[in-house]
Design a binder for this molecule. Sequence first.
Ligand SMILES: [Zn+2]
Ligand SMILES: [Zn+2]
Length: 303
Amino acid sequence: MTFSVTILGSNSAIPTLTRNPSAHLLNVNERLFLIDCAEGTQLQIRKFHVHFQRIQRIFISHLHGDHFFGLIGLLNTFHLLGRKEEIHLYGPPQLKEILDLQLEVSLTTLNYPLLFYPLSFSGFNLIHEDEKVTVHSFPLLHSIPTCGFLFREKTQLRKIRKKILTDVDIPVSERHNLKLGKDFVDAQGRVFRNDELTQDPPSPRSYAYCSDTAYTESIVPFIRGCDLLYHETTFMQNMAASAREKLHSTTLDAATLAKKAGVKKLMIGHFSARYDEIEPLLEETRSVFPGTILAEDGITIAI
Ligand SMILES: [Zn+2]
Ligand SMILES: [Zn+2]
């Protein structure tokens, strides 16, 4: 099953020619979840050849412009392209008022249902669940209410060993029980243990999205052990005072948190436009957490 993330924007507040502000696109089994939607996101979607209409759910972390100023444009494009399929939108409660006003004054009635789910800014909340994945929100520490998101695959069924099906006559009607972990008894009463017939499914993968936030260990329990943590690093360490003041993080903040949470891989982004080169941010982060990669516009990472 596909479980990958494409970076549509890796910068903080101000776009540059090579780095757009925040937007990530998560592919879960070919269904697309858009996470944040900065100004220009729909152009990035075109540039990186994403099939627009496959976006089903949109998650907005908070109402700073670099995370949602592209939303009304994208929703309007869906409308103009004749979309009929519903969009599920998760965001701060005021987002609904903003969109309603934008649609009202432009006399726009969307062709498709826009289903809105307000986020809560306390606790670890299940906000979406289907047969493949769960999505939880949790509070970050920022200058306005902000949520992080955890996307986690569900545990898949056990896999029947291919060779077994040629060696043992297992009726099709019994195969689902094997995948659920049950033993098999044949017509002669012989018992076959499940672990001889099946193998463990791949372990469920997870992606945590944390932008924007100051350093806070309160999120460690929510992201512990995840396969890929995206954590903002707006600043290098020599600007720690600015980071504290603006409730953002530095390279070493993100690296320390990744280490404390025991995540497998860290991806950094939300870079200040002051940095022409972002390699130094990578080097600084890797000095504490070697398993770090850079968010760069257009890259796709298999989780
Ligand atoms: Zn931001
Ligand atoms: Zn912000």
